[in-house]
Design a binder for this molecule. Structure first.
Ligand code: PEP
Length: 254
């Protein structure tokens, strides 16, 4: 049976009280109208809201994730958060390589590669984000950019099994713009990512979950999620509304 993951990236939104309220609302909706068993759900609040949101997910189907981590496990890195700290808080996932971090924090593919290694060593599953800018798409460089990000970001990263890595295709021009990729555009890139992962990891890569991210909402989710290589979504803005987020989870397999 096809597996799906719907993950909410709350970005720099929600203080601990707001995060607890939103997580509780999502948990209640998931228990009242559960998505199918083959659909996993994750919420990725800011670091400061992981504890309060996580407490509301204890009895729920939803798992907890973070939005970044440092590449070292501990040490003199003032202001940073290490992957083992996230694991100790009950995180299952960590988003790495998001285009906002590439753009605003100058993260390179090789910085991200180190973070992926650290996350895996701590037992977390990285949600590795890749995607092209509008200029790159217009210059027909999309697949070249994705290939580079995959090859560099995953260079020498061993994959024990497919459940230990999630890849999110997030075209930069679609993030927060209200203009999602079409289902056909998403499928084309996802099929390419699937083939690249196959070349890197062989047969076990076939069940790595590939998420689409970029202005996914309840209205466009069914078409995107119906594509054979789209195994879920990384949802930004729409994950801050409990009803919309759960509706997207329910669209999996519909
Ligand atoms: C994101 O930033 O990961 C994202 C997908 O954002 P949005 O859904 O708001 O486009």
């Amino acid at each position: 049976m096809r597996q799906y993951l719907i993950a909410g990236n709350w970005k720099m939104n929600t203080d601990p009280v707001e995060a607890a309220e939103l997580a509780a609302e999502i948990a209640a909706l998931l228990s009242a109208r559960p998505p199918d068993d083959n659909v996993s759900v994750a919420l990725c609040p800011p670091f400061t809201s992981l504890v309060s949101a996580g407490a509301k997910l204890k009895e729920s189907k939803a798992l907890l994730g973070a939005q970044n981590c440092h590449h070292e496990a501990a040490g003199a890195f003032t202001g940073e958060i290490a992957a083992p700290m996230l694991a100790a808080l009950g995180c299952t996932y960590v988003i790495l390589g998001h285009s906002e971090r590439r753009r605003y924090c100058g993260e390179s593919d090789s910085d991200i590669r180190q973070k992926i290694a650290a996350a895996m060593a701590a037992g977390l599953t990285p949600i590795y984000c890749v995607g092209e800018t509008l200029e790159e798409r217009q210059a027909e460089q999309t697949l070249t950019v994705i290939e580079r990000q995959l090859r560099r970001g995953l260079d020498s990263i061993a994959l024990p099994d497919a459940s230990r890595l999630v890849v999110a295709y997030e075209p930069v021009w679609a993030i927060g713009s209200g203009l999602a990729a079409s289902a056909e555009q998403a499928q084309e890139v996802h099929a390419f990512i699937r083939a690249e992962l196959g070349a890197m990891y062989g047969e076990k890569s076939e069940s790595i979950l590939l998420l689409y991210g970029g202005s996914m909402k309840a209205s466009n989710a069914p078409a995107l999620l119906a594509k054979p290589d789209v195994n879920g979504g990384l949802i930004g803005g729409a994950s801050l509304d409990a009803n919309t987020f759960v509706a997207i989870a329910q669209a999996c397999g519909s």
